[in-house]
Design a protein around this ligand. Sequence first.
Ligand SMILES: *Cc1c(COP(=O)(O)O)cnc(C)c1O
Length: 396
Amino acid sequence: MNDNDINWQDFAIETQAIRAGQQRTHEDEHSIPIFMTSSYVFKNAEEAALRFTGKQAGNIYSRFTNPTVRVFQERLALMEGGESCLAFSSGMAAIMAVGMSLLKAGDHVVCSRGVFGNTMLVFQNYFGKFGVNTDFVSLIDLVEWEAAIKPNTRLLFLETPSNPLIEIADIEKIAEIAHRHNCLLVVDNCFCTPVLQKPLLLGADVVVHSATKYIDGQGRCVGGAIVASNELIEKQFYPYLRSGGATMSAFNAWIFLSGLETLAIRMQAHCESALALAIWLEQQDGITKVHYPGLPSHAQHDLAKRQQSHFGGVISFEVKGGKEQAWQLIDAARLLSITANLGDVKSTITHPATTTHGRLTPEVRAASGITDGLVRVSVGLENIVDIKQDLMRGFV
Ligand SMILES: *Cc1c(COP(=O)(O)O)cnc(C)c1O
């Protein structure tokens, strides 16, 4: 049997994640090789010319063609239910590529307020510098989304679930709004991964990823990706990557490929532990509010149930005593790592108001609902009893 003849679209996501995209070489290897080569050799001058002009498919130079990176791209495209994927050196490089490829001076972007801090800065400070203006709206308010659209709006950008309040956007409805106004909808699918949510099947046009988080899953490499239609990838994103050069290395692609292989079972375990922890946290005295879409108390619980296959691995909650109490809880932890990273097998704990969102003014922070007592936990794969005990050390 030759893997190359199989149509991987017919298979479940767990199978695609392990099998799809591999083209065995003459060495008959079982695992995927890491092609550490910057360039490739052509049989003759004519073949070189055909490759460079795109008249013949094949490898040219590893800034934009590499066999290991290609397997990662083909796998992630299939898993997202998209036509095509391009890998980048980081999640931010992928987001940068979306703007550089699709926007020009005079264009306008509408973006949800709860996006990753650097995403906000890229739109505001860098695209802003070149005459692209961005307005920020509430992730969950459809009226605000539509009202923010202007004749020159080209892109709607959102992240769902949001960080750190874990709010859920209605992707299908926002895609409808985008298309009614001839705009493209871009969704950052980093928190859910395609295992929990497939934005392209809900109407989004572009999915961006930070592969650094759950796709790696073990905190080793920085990487990113864009998944979209063949047309967008070929005409917009690929020419930008080829010239812009924010390439994923073959070594990192190989790490991310092994991450993809276990993604489905890891996500299942992250979600089960996070749900159990959220239910338990809601019963603790010193905690006034738990933000987790798996709880019936969450404002978008029903939407999350419809849109996602499970509720995700990140929880945030508010402690009674504000910043002092939050810091005490964090400092009492012996197991949980104090770091803003997420999606790792190791549980992490962070205080958004003084770290990831510390650069915002107190007024903007308050308007975003990020209180001084808010603590965020990315629930890892340690035993849930040990995670609870570690948090209990800090309860007073
Ligand atoms: C981390 C993160 C990014 C940026 O990804 P990098 O790989 O760190 O560049 C973008 N979006 C979200 C939601 C993230 O969590």
